[in-house]
Ligand binder design. Structure first.
Ligand code: F3S
Length: 441
C-alpha cells in the first residue's frame, strides 16, 4: 500500500510514539486487505469500551497506548461502556467494576476520544455527511452511516479505530470504494414491513440470507419503504442494526429511499449477482422470540434511542403508569436534552428509566434476577439469549408498551399453547427491590 509523505512522517514519529504505532497498525491492515492507499477520515467511533468485554488485558493495552502521548486528530467518540456513569449505584453495579470502567474511559480520553458512550453518535453530535469517509466500529452505527447517510466506513475493530483517530486516516478498501459498495443480492420483499420491529425482523432474515456471501453481503431491497412520519429514522436504524447483527452487513441499499439507491439505483441493481425473495416475516419473528416466562422488564433503545423515539414513547404511554419497569437506553447527550425539555420527567413519572452510557446487552441482567425481557429490538432479541441467558418477547413497540402498562403481554409469536403472559407476580423473579432505580440522571 502506498504511503504519502505525511503518512511516512507519522510512521517516523512526527506526531509522537502513539501515532507512529497507529500508522504501523493501519499500514499492516491496509496490506492485508489490499488497500491502494490511505483515506482521510472525518470522524471515528471506538469500540471495545466496556470493561466487561475487554477485561484487564484490554485496559492495560489502552493505558499503555495512552501513555505514549499521542491524541486524536479528528473527532472521535466512544461506543457504550458497561455502566451508566450517573445511575450506576441505583442500577446495583459493583463499585469495583465501575472503577475499572472509569479507568477505560480515562485512558481513551487521554487518547483524545470523547466519552459519548453511544452506538448512535449521529444522535449525540452533528451527523456525518454523504460521501464522508469515517472509521466507525459499532456494527449498527456502521450500517446506518453507510446506508442511510451515505458516508463510507468499514467496520473497525477497537485498535484500528483508535489508530484512525490518532492519524486521521484509514486504509482505503471495501466500503470506502465505489466497487466495494455495489450490492451482491437483490432482495424482493413481498409483505408489509410496518413497524420498527417488522423492520428488525426483516433485517434479521436478510442478514441470515446473506451471511454466507464471501464478499460480505450487500442487499438491494425492493418492495418496501419506511414510514413517512417521525418513525422513519428508527425504522431504517432497526433494519440495518438487525442485518448487521445476524449477517455482518455493513451497507444496504433501499430502492427509492437510501441515497445511493436514489442517485444510481439501476446501475446498483444490475451489479447484484443473486436474487432472493422474502414474502413473510413470520420466520424472523418466531426465531427472535425466545421468552420462557413472564417479562420482568420492557427494554427499548437498542440501538440507542433518539429524542424523537423518546417523544414517541411518551406519546404511546400518554401519562399511564407502567406495571412492568421500562428501560430506555440512550446517549447521555440525548438524555440531557430530554431532561431539559421535561420529556425525561414525564417518562419517569410513567415508570420508565432512561439509562445512558451503556447497553442492554451488557447490562447486569442475571445479577438483577431478570429472566425475560420484552423488546421491539431485533438486535437485542438476537444477542440477549446467547450473551445473557435471558429470554426475549420480541414485539412491536406499541404492544410492548401496552404490556408494560397492563402487565399482560400477548405472546403472539411464542410457543403454541398459552398465548398470554399474565401480570408479574410476587414469585416470578422480577427485578430486585432496587429496580427500577428512583434516581434521576
Ligand atoms: Fe447499541 Fe448495545 Fe444495541 S451497542 S446497538 S444498544 S447491542
Amino acid at each position: 500500500m502506498k504511503l504519502r509523505r505525511e503518512e511516512k512522517a507519522i510512521l517516523d514519529g512526527r506526531q509522537g510514539r502513539g501515532a507512529a504505532r497507529a500508522m504501523e497498525i493501519l499500514a499492516a491492515l491496509g496490506n492485508i486487505h489490499g488497500a491502494s492507499d490511505m483515506v482521510a477520515v472525518k470522524s471515528v467511533q471506538v469500540s471495545g469500551v466496556s470493561y466487561r468485554n475487554i477485561g484487564e488485558h484490554g485496559l492495560a493495552f489502552l493505558e499503555e497506548w495512552a501513555g505514549q502521548g499521542s491524541k486524536a486528530v479528528v473527532p472521535a467518540f466512544m461506543n457504550p461502556g458497561g455502566a451508566d456513569r450517573k445511575l450506576w449505584k441505583a442500577l446495583g453495579l459493583p463499585a469495583e467494576f465501575v472503577s475499572m470502567q472509569r479507568r477505560v474511559i480515562k485512558a481513551l480520553m487521554r487518547l483524545g476520544v470523547k466519552p459519548a458512550l453511544t452506538c448512535t453518535p449521529y444522535h449525540a453530535a452533528p451527523p456525518p455527511a454523504f460521501g464522508d469517509h469515517l472509521a466507525w466500529a459499532e456494527s449498527s452505527a456502521v450500517c446506518y452511516a453507510n446506508s442511510v447517510i451515505g458516508s463510507r466506513t468499514n467496520r473497525e475493530g477497537g485498535p484500528s479505530a483508535i489508530a484512525a483517530a490518532l492519524t486521521g486516516r484509514t486504509p482505503r478498501h471495501s466500503l470506502h470504494t465505489d466497487e466495494g459498495r455495489l450490492p451482491t443480492t437483490v432482495v424482493d420483499v413481498g409483505c408489509p414491513v410496518a413497524t420498527t420491529a417488522d423492520a428488525g425482523a426483516l433485517g434479521y432474515m436478510v442478514g441470515q440470507l446473506l451471511s454466507h456471501d464471501p464478499r460480505g453481503g450487500i442487499p438491494y431491497l425492493r418492495g418496501i419503504s419506511p414510514p413517512r412520519d417521525g418513525a422513519r429514522e428508527a425504522w431504517l436504524k432497526a433494519l440495518g442494526a438487525a442485518m448487521a447483527a445476524s449477517g455482518s452487513v455493513g451497507l444496504y441499499h433501499l430502492e427509492g429511499v437510501t441515497p445511493e439507491a436514489v442517485s444510481s439505483g439501476p446501475e446498483l441493481k444490475s451489479a447484484a449477482g443473486r436474487r432472493v425473495t422474502v414474502d413473510s416475516l413470520e420466520e424472523g419473528r418466531r426465531k427472535l422470540f425466545s421468552a420462557k416466562g413472564r417479562p420482568n422488564v420492557v427494554a427499548f433503545g437498542c440501538p440507542h434511542a433518539s429524542l424523537e423515539e423518546l417523544r414517541r414513547l411518551d406519546a404511546l404511554l400518554s401519562g399511564r403508569k407502567a406495571a412492568i419497569p421500562i428501560w430506555v437506553f440512550t446517549a447521555e447527550a440525548v438524555r440531557a436534552k430530554a431532561r431539559r425539555s421535561g420529556l425525561a420527567e414525564r417518562l419517569e413519572a410513567c415508570g420508565a428509566v432512561l439509562i445512558a452510557d451503556t447497553c442492554i446487552v451488557v447490562a447486569p441482567l442475571a445479577e438483577l434476577g431478570i429472566a425475560n425481557v420484552a423488546t421491539d429490538s431485533a438486535k437485542a432479541a438476537f444477542y440477549l439469549p446467547p450473551h445473557q441467558g435471558v429470554g426475549v418477547y420480541f414485539e412491536s413497540q406499541e404492544d410492548a408498551v401496552e404490556a408494560a402498562v397492563t402487565g399482560m403481554l400477548q405472546a403472539s409469536h411464542g410457543q403454541a399453547g398459552s398465548r398470554t403472559a399474565p401480570p408479574p407476580g410476587k414469585d416470578d423473579g422480577g427485578p430486585s427491590g432496587t429496580w427500577p432505580p428512583r434516581a434521576k440522571a
